[in-house]
Design a protein around this ligand. Structure first.
Ligand code: F6R
Ligand code: MG
Length: 379
């Protein structure tokens, strides 16, 4: 509402009215509108399958109408997430993040919807790994028969637009090579290996690079099914008892701790953060969303909130230095091209002596023998 810290209640009401109309018209089975920080989240159930144009258009039109109202209220950054002028058939790539899954509803279907603000796609890699591949987090992987066969992870290379599926536990070392770098590789889906059932889906929409600058926001979302063949509710929430370092925060250009909060605390204001995560639990009943439970509104998460504040204090002391500030190529805001241009004629070559003492990368011809080992010089 003020700046980028929260959502105006009128915008959320508008979202509710639009989705309710679609529900009355039979387009949706059920809906729930919520928020984290300055982002409105549309939670929708329907029976039209994934990537359905009508559903995606409903989401797009709701965000466009929300933008119009936000402009009337002169809210800051109205419509900043809508990157295209017209709807192209699918909301993917148009700005807002999205996660969809098609399921056969079980006799009892507990699901948790995660909603993040001031962070980005890839922030869920580590928590998803812990939920579905780490027995120190999820004892069900060891002592729960339905989980013992493990889970498969669909990993996307968000820069090269490739994907690969890797199996846990057998391929975890290969998988970690990639998903350890969340700015490039993001876990899109997790499946139960024995049955092939979808277990989790996250939004992997990244910011768009336009004219050398990142534009739009990519505050992520994720849906996780719980119990039975999947981790228990408590195993799904347990990864968030550590305030993991994620990308985002001020100007989308800083590392900061991910703080799990109840809805009442989902208003990031300190240095436009720290990054927040809300989780809403629902029981599905024939597509109806029974709930929600505001899962992080639990004193059991007080310690991680304290930890997040301590990490925030420590990282803030770095000011404009890495690792608080993101590496140059990952920042959402940068003055680098302009400053580099301005200073272009002021850079002069180093003297030969100084140049000799700095690292030089020399191309090694293919098939060359390895360089001789140099003896360690005493310091
Ligand atoms: C981060 C975020 C904010 C803004 C910041 C500057 O995701 O939304 O930190 O980036 O408040 O906003 P502008 O450039 O709109 O003044
Ligand atoms: Mg946001």
């Amino acid at each position: 509402m003020v700046g980028h810290c929260s959502s105006h209640p009128d915008i959320l009401d508008l979202g509710r009215e639009e989705l309710e109309k679609a529900k009355q018209a039979g387009v949706l089975v059920d809906c729930h509108v919520s928020h984290c920080g300055d982002d409105m989240f549309l939670i929708m159930t329907h029976d039209r399958g994934e990537n359905n144009t009508e559903i995606h258009k409903l989401a797009w039109d709701t965000f466009v109408k929300g933008t119009e109202l936000a402009k009337k209220l002169k809210l800051y950054g109205a419509g900043q997430d809508l990157l295209t002028d017209a709807f192209s058939g699918n909301i993917k790539g148009a700005g807002p993040g999205s996660a969809e899954m098609e399921i056969d509803e079980r006799p009892s279907e507990p699901i948790i919807v995660f909603m993040g603000d001031k962070t980005s796609a890839g922030a869920f890699n580590l928590p998803l790994y812990k939920m579905f591949a780490d027995p120190f987090n999820t004892p069900g992987l060891v002592i729960g028969a339905p989980l013992h066969g493990g889970f498969s992870f669909e990993v996307q290379d968000v820069k090269e637009h490739l994907q690969v599926t890797l199996n846990a536990p057998d391929e975890i070392y290969d998988m970690l090579v990639f998903i350890g770098s969340g700015q490039r590789y993001a876990v899109k889906r997790v499946r139960h290996r024995d049955s092939g059932e979808i277990a989790a889906c996250s939004s992997t929409d990244k910011l768009s690079m336009i004219a050398g600058r990142y534009v739009g926001k990519d505050d992520p979302t994720m849906i996780v099914r719980c119990q039975g063949n999947f981790p228990a509710v408590g195993e799904v929430l347990e990864p968030f008892t550590t305030a993991w370092t994620v990308e985002g925060w001020m100007r989308g250009s800083h590392h900061g701790p991910l703080m799990p909060v109840g809805l009442k605390d989902a208003h990031p204001s300190r240095f436009d953060g720290p990054p927040r995560l809300v989780s809403l639990g629902f029981q599905l009943a024939n597509g109806k969303l029974i709930g929600p439970n505001d899962m992080f509104d639990d004193p059991g998460f007080d310690n991680v909130r304290q930890e997040a504040n301590d990490i925030a204090d420590y990282l803030r002391k770095h000011g404009p230095f890495e690792p608080h500030r993101l590496p140059l190529e990952e920042m959402e805001y940068t003055t680098m091209p302009d400053v580099a241009k301005k200073l272009a004629d002021r850079w002069t070559p180093l003297s030969d002596e100084e140049a000799a003492s700095t690292t030089r990368v020399q191309p090694v011809p293919a098939g060359s023998p390895p360089p001789p080992e140099t003896e360690q010089q005493p310091r």
